[in-house]
Design a protein around this ligand. Structure first.
Ligand SMILES: [Fe+2]
Ligand SMILES: [Fe+2]
Length: 152
C-alpha cells in the first residue's frame, strides 16, 4: 500500500515540473542578445522535457489513486540570461534532491515502477543541470565596455 508521503512527493514533483516547464518556455521566448539567440532552443527543448516529466508523474499518481495537482510552484523567468541560468541551475539542484529522497521512499515501499520512473527523471535532471552549469561558465553581467556606456 503506497503511503500518503510518497503520493505527496509525486505531487510536489508535479508542481515543480509544471513550474520549470513554463519557466524555461518563457525564458525561450524572452531571452535577448547574441547569447540568447544561441541558447533559446536549449530552453525550449528542456521546457518540453519537463512537461513530459509532469505528464508521466501525473499518470503514475493517477494509477496510485492520487489526484495530480494543476498548480505550479512559483515561476521565476529572470530578466537576463545569467539570472535565468542561475535560477534554473538552482531549480534543477532542488529537483535532484527531491527525486533522490523520493526514490529512497519508493524503494522502501516496494513501489518499483514508481522508483524506476523517478530514476529516469532524475537522470534527465542531471543532464539539465550539467547543461545549465556549462552555459554559465565564464558568464558575467552586465557586460559593458569601460567608458562606452556614456557615449553621446
Ligand atoms: Fe523535470
Ligand atoms: Fe530539469
Amino acid at each position: 500500500m503506497v503511503s500518503e508521503r510518497l503520493l505527496d512527493f509525486l505531487n510536489k514533483a508535479i508542481a515543480r515540473e509544471l513550474q520549470v516547464s513554463i519557466q524555461y518556455m518563457w525564458q525561450h521566448i524572452q531571452v535577448t542578445g547574441l547569447d540568447g539567440a544561441v541558447v533559446e532552443g536549449i530552453f525550449r527543448k528542456i521546457a518540453i522535457a519537463e512537461m513530459k516529466h509532469a505528464e508521466r508523474l501525473a499518470e503514475q499518481l493517477d494509477y496510485l489513486n492520487g489526484v495530480p495537482t494543476a498548480k505550479p510552484d512559483p515561476i521565476f523567468v529572470g530578466s537576463s540570461l545569467v539570472e535565468m541560468l542561475t535560477q534554473d541551475q538552482r531549480d534543477e539542484e532542488d529537483a535532484i534532491e527531491l527525486y533522490k529522497e523520493a526514490i529512497q521512499l519508493a524503494h522502501q515501499e516496494g513501489e518499483y515502477t514508481t522508483r524506476r520512473l523517478l530514476e529516469e527523471i532524475l537522470a534527465d535532471e542531471e543532464t539539465h543541470i550539467n547543461t545549465f552549469g556549462k552555459l554559465l561558465v565564464g558568464m558575467s553581467e552586465p557586460f559593458t565596455q569601460p567608458g562606452t556606456s556614456q557615449i553621446g
